[in-house]
Design a protein. Structure first.
Length: 392
């Protein structure tokens, strides 16, 4: 018979009262035991099912984390990484400097070695080709390649002061010229044995190690901000031989052995930056504040750079445009100048624009990032970068 639940006198179910059928002999006791067992089983299931599920979930989570942790410990990556921002990847390696702490002029020591750069015998013919090309251009009445005296980077080392642990940069240079630089830029050209200068002389695991004849370029790059907080961004002219048409820093100036070394004195990187400001934007030293932020290497082309930040004291965009309209020494180097609001979100969005992201000179994005960090701090800049990348 089915179990009947007793009711009280008002017709309602009486709590805790279960009426069991009466069977002859011991049968009623067996049925009662079965019912009690079923009830107890249901109670145990209710009481212990969730803790068991929680325990299994915790065990599975710990196991997953342990496996992931093991996988992470087994992975490795190079200590040196080039600058990137979301989908924007460059070959710029920030060797020293983070933007927040500028380096004073006295912290940079430059020494010029006597021995001039010589190309390996199987690359010397490449230089002869460039010299021959220049002679042909001259004979045709066209503009020849100007073989200006330059510097090659023998080494750049960084030490620290004893107490404050501030960086001290030691830059060692050797004499070279522009023809040698152009010959050494052919890093992927085949040599007689089938190798290339890149495969023969460069070590991917150590990007700072390279022979001086492959590093015949040292320049300064300056991020210039006007008095009304606009970042100056230049586009290289289509007429220049190296990297025509790309978007670049406000000022880009190569170190000249003839101009930047007075007598036997070594060049001063701050003086090179001031010369660039004068020749490319017609600005004089008293019109801006100049700070050295970093030393950066383009690991693909082996170009070294000192990255600077300059803020104009009084000249606004209109004032700078008016100044440049009255004459610029190196007018041919730039074909377009953009003025971008110097705020993290605006600058980052500009750098990631579809018509810019693949047309940057390799060293420029790192320069603008360091300039933002210098003015606004690392956290707000990285937050703006992350937000801009998510919106793409």
């Amino acid at each position: 018979m089915p179990i009947r639940v007793g009711r009280n006198g008002k017709g309602k179910i009486a709590r805790g009262v279960i009426t069991l059928p009466t069977l002859p002999g011991m049968g009623g006791i067996d049925v009662a035991n079965g019912v009690v067992g079923a009830v107890l089983g249901m109670l145990c299931a209710v009481l212990f099912q969730q803790p068991l599920q929680d325990g299994w979930f915790r065990l599975r989570t710990r196991s997953t984390r342990a496996v992931r942790g093991l996988r992470q410990r087994e992975e490795s990556s190079p200590a040196w990484r080039t600058f990137s921002m979301g989908p924007l990847h460059t070959s710029a390696l920030i060797v020293e400097g983070d933007g927040e702490s500028p380096m004073p002029a006295e912290a940079v020591h430059v020494r010029v070695l006597d021995a001039e750069i010589e190309l390996p015998s199987d690359m010397d013919g490449w230089r002869a080709e460039i010299e021959g090309e220049s002679e042909r251009l001259r004979a045709e009445g066209r503009t020849p390649l100007w073989n200006g005296p330059r510097y090659a980077v023998e080494s750049l080392d960084v030490s620290r002061t004893a107490l404050e642990e501030q960086p001290v940069v030691h830059l060692r240079l050797r004499p070279t010229d522009y023809y040698t630089f152009l010959a050494a830029q052919q890093l992927d050209r085949r040599l007689a044995d089938g190798t290339t200068p890149r495969s023969r002389y460069l070590t991917p695991d150590d990007p700072l190690r390279a022979p001086a004849f492959l590093q015949c370029s040292f320049a300064v790059n300056v991020a210039v901000v006007t008095a009304d907080d606009l970042l100056v961004v230049s586009q290289r002219s289509d007429r220049v031989r190296m990297a025509p048409g790309v978007w670049n820093s406000s000022v880009n100036e190569g170190m000249s052995r003839h101009i930047d070394s007075s007598g036997r004195n070594a060049p001063d990187v701050h003086a090179v930056a001031r010369r660039g400001m004068r020749e490319e934007l017609s600005l004089e030293p008293h019109e801006y504040a100049l700070e050295l932020l970093a030393f950066v290497l383009d690991v693909d082309k082996r170009h070294w750079s000192a990255h600077f930040f300059a803020r104009l004291k009084d000249l606004t965009r209109e004032g700078l445009q008016a100044r440049m309209s009255r004459g610029v020494a190196d007018r041919w180097e730039h074909q377009t100048i953009d003025y971008v609001p110097f705020r993290p979100a605006a600058v980052v969005t500009y750098m990631l624009r579809a018509d810019r992201i693949h047309r940057w000179a390799p060293l420029a994005p790192a320069l603008f990032h360091l300039a933002l960090v210098h003015v606004y701090g690392r956290t707000p800049v990285e937050r703006a970068e992350a937000q801009a990348v998510r919106r793409m």
